[in-house]
Design a protein around this ligand. Structure first.
Ligand code: F6P
Length: 373
């Protein structure tokens, strides 16, 4: 009997998801004779049993499409909003899985999805995952699909902003995505020749940023491009967040931890759009006209790059092979030239952040890029 395979996309969308769905689906059906059922809108589709039969014709012509034909959401199985209340819907998901007589469920997503997938694996389901995120911050994989496309989009934006910054002798700040990890800001910043790159991993000193810009002016460069990851923070803010995080680690009891988590959440909510404040401050300190461009969801839209299509195809076909061999509870990861299965428990233990001594930071510093430190 043909194996029934479920597949879903969860978390923020990104270019390459359709290429991955196509790869898993085509290989599973055509090479291994499986039946593939798509679940809609992330884990919610499993709870509500919303499906789409992914037969051959559904998988044709989607390689180059952005977004995901399955739809996505940030719903978590164990904390899903139902009728205005947060409920643990793991049981309903397990029921749907068995009702469809699934052999396995493939989850395509970022860091949050890996954690949710692990919970379902621990609930006894056969789970396989693929890494997608424009943030490139999933542990144990060198790359996630979506990242290369986003770097391309952000780099093109920086290139375009260069000419207008030069013409007006302005400082232009470019906010790119990346709450906790600065990979996108770092790579797009280096590719676009940014003068200053601010990332969450290197807390910045505003005075030093302004000094670097004034120094450029003194050398006759009357414009500056500052690439800022959305999660970049001043030293003061980073100290405050660090204090809360260590208090949370030491806190005894659920209530104490919850209070600190809420405080952290309030900080992060308030930090959204901090680049507006940063732009004003830099104008004040340098006396140079400053403007801000927030790239936002542009970075997640549109057609995937060639590299992301290739990566999604490699990951998706390897996933189909794991389905055939009954290898579950793992994420397919890129490690060097290989695609390897890594246990989900290991993936969720950490986030992949930019190390302060990363070779690309070193190279960037050597060509005169400032990191605000
Ligand atoms: O996790 C990927 C990501 O694009 C982050 O870089 C960004 O902070 C976040 O998603 C935005 O999420 P949403 O689309 O839910 O606003």
């Amino acid at each position: 009997m043909a194996k029934n395979i479920g597949i879903l996309t969860s978390g923020g969308d990104c270019p390459g998801l359709n290429a991955a769905i196509r790869a898993v689906g085509k290989a599973a059906q055509d090479a291994f004779g499986m039946r593939v059922i798509g679940f809609l809108n992330g884990f919610r589709g499993l709870v509500q049993d919303q499906t789409m039969e992914l037969e051959s014709r559904m998988l044709s012509g989607i390689l180059t499409d952005g977004g995901t034909i399955l739809g996505t959401s940030r719903d978590k199985p164990h904390r899903m909003k139902v009728g205005g209340k947060e409920c643990d819907m793991t049981g309903a998901i397990v029921d749907t899985y068995h009702r469809h007589q699934l052999e396995a469920l493939v989850c395509l997503g970022g860091g949050g999805t890996q954690k949710n997938a692990l919970r379902l694996h621990e609930a006894g389901l056969h789970i396989l995952t693929l890494p997608k995120t424009i943030d490139n911050d999933i542990a144990l994989t060198d790359l996630s699909f979506g990242f290369d496309t986003a770097v391309g989009i952000a780099t093109e934006a920086i290139d375009r902003l260069h000419s207008t910054a030069t013409s007006h002798n302005r400082i232009i700040l470019v906010e790119v995505m990346g709450h906790r990890a600065g990979w996108l800001a770092l790579e797009a910043g280096v590719a676009g020749g940014a003068d200053i790159i601010l990332i969450p991993e290197i807390p910045y000193d505003l005075v030093q940023v302004a000094k670097a810009i004034r120094e450029r002016s003194r050398k006759g460069k009357h414009f500056s491009i500052v690439v800022v990851a959305e999660g970049a923070m001043s030293r003061e803010d980073a100290k405050y967040v660090g204090k809360l995080v260590s208090q949370k680690e030491k806190a005894r009891g659920k209530i104490g931890r919850k209070k600190i988590s809420e405080e952290l959440q309030r900080f992060h909510d308030g930090h959204v759009g901090h680049t507006i404040h940063l732009t004003r401050k830099l104008e004040e300190l340098t006396q140079q006209e400053s403007r801000l461009t927030i790239l936002g969801h542009l970075q997640r839209g549109g057609t995937p790059s060639a590299a992301d299509r290739v990566l999604a195809t490699r990951l998706g076909t390897k996933c189909a092979e794991c389905l055939e061999n009954g290898r579950y509870g793992v994420m397919l990861a890129v490690q060097g030239d290989d695609i390897v299965p890594v246990p989900l428990e290991k993936v969720v233990k950490q986030k992949k952040l930019v190390p302060a001594n990363h070779a690309l930071i070193h190279s960037a510093r050597l060509v005169g890029t400032h990191f605000g430190d």
